[in-house]
Design a binder for this molecule. Structure first.
Ligand code: BGC
Length: 769
């Protein structure tokens, strides 16, 4: 197969290209191997049919598309076929569209239906940030395999996940969709999700094609404002933002999605450095790239492309195979070829990986949904069981003074379950969880009631409603079923607060469920303050003032400002958006049927003003551990409220005996690091053993700490286990800005092991030339 070679066919590059293509061919991932069938189809295709494969049609009316293309999407599918159709999730509709393509289009090429199956289709798992909090890639892989099985049974062959954007600024609403701030944990989660979605080999039965997104740097939006420009120096791209994408590519991900925003002044969807130099030249990636929704047309809106023709030329020229729903390729690409600005060979190179994906997915043999099978797959009891387990493995216990948790249901007579999210169902799923076909969801209130049965009186008080100040435009998109909570007068809000306080007074214990409704996190859901909005802080403080023991359960997509709670509320459990089994899983943890072991995949700020905040920053000339220095702010500590990697358990662990197998190792070789972890408490639990390193000097300043290994292990009370990690070239290398290359440097290294990024147990080693 030839490489995708859009535009720029300068002859002097030819030799290099051939050489690169030859090397790349030797290590082609299975998605990319071109079959005789793909070549055969390509030979028969007209230019228009090829461009239709490079297009994802909107599966619902979009005014801009109609304006641009002038023909309804179905007409295109009928005449020329279609690469994909976006956002059709009803199996009947899928079959109707598919019949158009397969029965009526000339070459009968099936459509690959694409949807955001981000953390479940019918059985909704915890949001990605929650699943990352499990530090359990195996569980995450299994969860995404279930998501794939359900989606595939309903006719979705392509998911727009995993989302692997590094997020260091919690103001950015899409932090919820990724694995947090760290490239190492992010890469592990990226790999696990690709394997879960796609299965052991491309086209594995009951699996889907994955699409890693948003390539790249979307999480670094200025001010955390969604869609805003990202300015990321090359070294930060290579060392921080790109590693999860590279991990997905290495795991064989079938497609990439380009991001919306400007990266260093060039929109990602028209950014040849990203889509070509990094993806094709450096990584030899052979799958295909789809734009984010309407992003090809948006190149004009950005002020990067002059007009539609220029937008098509710039996106295609950058290396973007498929136009998501903007119709720009449909309208302009043919003329570009006819007028000689794009070669037919380039079009062919762009089409081939799309055809190949359809072949591998078996769509030619089985294009239609078997509607009689769907219910049975969606309702498989093991799916719900896994979702429940995913909740208990993902929640993070942030505080537990005097062992308030777990609650003992034999000693409690009455409970108040309070808060605007306590009885929420759809809001437990987050935005993407509610766009698909979510099955029944158990609220936290219901989960608690089911757990305690009749023996405990459970009283619910909603408290004041919460709403965004600026409404979400997703509320008006028909596919999104989630809504804001209704507006209240201030009298209504006051009464709701008083009722909640009264309920707390009548009860032995109050569980207060606060946070963000689904529309407050996710796309177009950035915020300037991370406070407990809409009177929630007042509600919490008023309930705490009753003197009753209070457990705060947070339902949200990002860290929130909870400094008051962190001092005054004895127990805090971060549940994130826990998915359809959320209420059951949270109740399992509250009452001790499961022991929490989630650990934060992000640094939890004390105040919004600290953002962006991340543990793996460089040392300053006045480090926080200098004897006479505590903060670089005068009004708050620089350190987070809870560090990256932090999480409590109902048991306790101790770490000792940190050893490196050698005190000196040659650059290019590996060494073993071992540490003993013991369960020093009285119940079984999981420890998340984390390994951090620091390179003391070198061609560039290196972060104070970097995560380079982790393992989640179950330990019986009193049990001890020795955990081994390997530190080799992959862990020790970094992209050096002065040297403009990947390097492993002969220097002195620190190593720490423990249960969060502030671990004290220390060892060191030296790399020698
Ligand atoms: C989002 C993508 C998503 C796409 C299709 C866009 O608005 O940015 O993450 O995959 O829509 O739903």
């Amino acid at each position: 197969m030839t490489f995708l070679r859009p535009s720029d066919p300068a002859p002097r590059l030819l030799f290099r290209r051939i050489a690169v293509a030859m090397v790349a061919t030797l290590c082609l991932p299975a998605w990319a191997q071109v079959s005789p069938k793909a070549n055969d189809l390509l030979r028969q295709m007209t230019l228009e049919e090829k461009i239709a494969q490079l297009s994802q049609l909107p599966g619902f009316p979009i005014a801009e598309f109609k304006e641009q293309v002038g023909v309804p999407p179905e007409e295109i599918a009928r005449k020329y076929g279609a690469g994909s159709v976006l956002w059709v999730s009803d199996p009947k509709e899928i079959n109707r569209w598919q019949h158009i393509a397969v029965d009526e289009s000339r070459l009968h090429i099936p459509i690959m239906f694409g949807l955001d199956v981000i953390h479940g289709y019918h059985t909704i798992f915890p949001s990605p940030i929650a699943m990352a909090s499990s530090w359990d890639p195996k569980m995450v892989e299994s969860a995404q395999a279930v998501a794939a099985r359900e989606a595939r049974a309903a006719g979705i062959a392509w998911t727009f996940g995993p989302m692997v954007d590094i997020a260091r600024d919690a103001r950015w609403g899409r932090m919820v969709e990724g694995a947090g701030e760290d490239p190492y944990l992010g890469a592990a989660m990226a790999r696990a999700q690709v394997l879960g979605f796609q299965g052991p080999q491309p086209g594995a039965p009951e699996h889907v094609l994955a699409c890693v997104k948003h390539f790249a740097g979307y999480g670094a939006a200025d001010g955390g404002r969604d869609y805003d420009s990202s300015y990321i120096p090359e070294e930060e791209m290579w060392n921080v933002y790109l590693p999860p994408f590279k991990a997905a590519a290495d795991a064989g991900v079938g497609s990439f999605m380009s991001a919306y925003m400007d990266l260093n002044d060039v929109p990602a969807s028209g950014n040849r450095w990203l889509l070509h130099d990094v993806l094709r030249d450096a990584w030899h990636y052979q799958g295909f790239v789809v734009s984010d929704a309407n992003a090809v047309h948006s190149l004009i809106v950005h002020g990067y492309a002059r007009d539609g023709r220029d937008a098509a030329q710039k996106a295609f020229g950058a290396g973007l195979n498929m136009d998501m729903a903007s119709g720009t390729y449909l309208k302009y690409l043919a003329a570009e070829v006819q007028q000689g600005r794009i070669a037919m060979q380039q079009i062919d190179d762009a089409v081939l990986p799309i055809l190949e994906a359809k072949i591998k997915l078996g769509l030619f043999e089985h294009p239609f949904v078997d509607e009689s099978r769907i219910e049975q797959v969606l309702n498989a009891p093991e799916h719900a069981r896994l979702a429940r387990q995913a909740v208990t493995r993902s929640v993070v216990l942030l505080r537990n003074e005097q062992k308030l948790l777990p609650l003992d249901k034999t000693r409690i007579k009455s409970m108040a379950v309070i808060g605007p999210l306590a009885d929420a169902q759809l809001d437990l799923l987050d935005m993407w969880g509610a766009i698909v076909k979510p099955g029944p969801t158990v609220s936290i209130l219901q989960g608690i009631k089911d757990k305690v049965g009749d023996a405990v009186r459970v009283e619910f008080a909603h408290g004041p409603n919460i709403r965004r100040d600026v409404p979400s435009f997703f509320e008006n998109v028909p596919m999104f079923t989630i809504k804001e909570q209704p507006k209240q007068t201030s009298e209504e809000a006051h009464k709701a607060l008083d009722d909640a306080v009264a309920a707390a007074k009548r009860s032995d214990v109050a569980v207060v469920v606060l946070g963000e409704i689904a529309l407050m996190s996710g796309e177009a859901a950035s915020r300037s303050s991370l406070n407990l909005s809409g009177g929630q802080e007042e509600l919490l403080e008023a309930v705490a003032a009753t003197g009753k023991p209070v457990v705060l359960v947070l339902v949200n997509g990002r860290p929130l400002e909870i400094s008051w709670a962190a001092e005054h509320v004895p127990a805090i459990l971060e549940a994130w958006y826990p998915g359809s089994q959320g209420g059951i899983g949270v109740a399992d943890v509250l009452f001790g049927d499961a022991n929490p072991a989630g650990h934060l995949p992000v640094s939890w700020p004390r105040s919004t003003g600290q953002l962006p905040l991340y543990y793996n920053h460089n040392r300053t000339q006045r480090p926080e551990d200098a004897p006479d220095f505590t903060s670089r702010y005068w009004d708050v500590l620089t350190s987070p409220l809870y560090p990256f990697g932090y999480g409590l358990s109902y048991t306790t662990f101790s770490f000792d005996n940190l050893k490196t197998s050698k005190t000196e190792a040659k650059v290019g070789t590996s060494l073993d690091v071992s540490v003993d972890v013991s369960n020093t408490g009285s119940r079984a639990g999981d420890a998340v053993v984390q390994l951090y390193i620091h390179q003391r000097a070198g061609s560039a300043s290196r972060p104070v700490r970097q995560l380079k290994g982790f393992q989640r292990v179950n330990l019986a009370p009193g049990a001890k286990q020795t955990i081994h990690f390997t530190l080799g070239p992959d862990e020790l290398r970094f992209w050096s800005p002065p040297r403009k290359e990947w390097v492993v440097e002969p220097e002195q290294f620190d190593v720490w092991a423990g249960e969060d990024s502030t671990a004290k147990l220390h060892a060191e080693f030296r790399l020698t030339p």
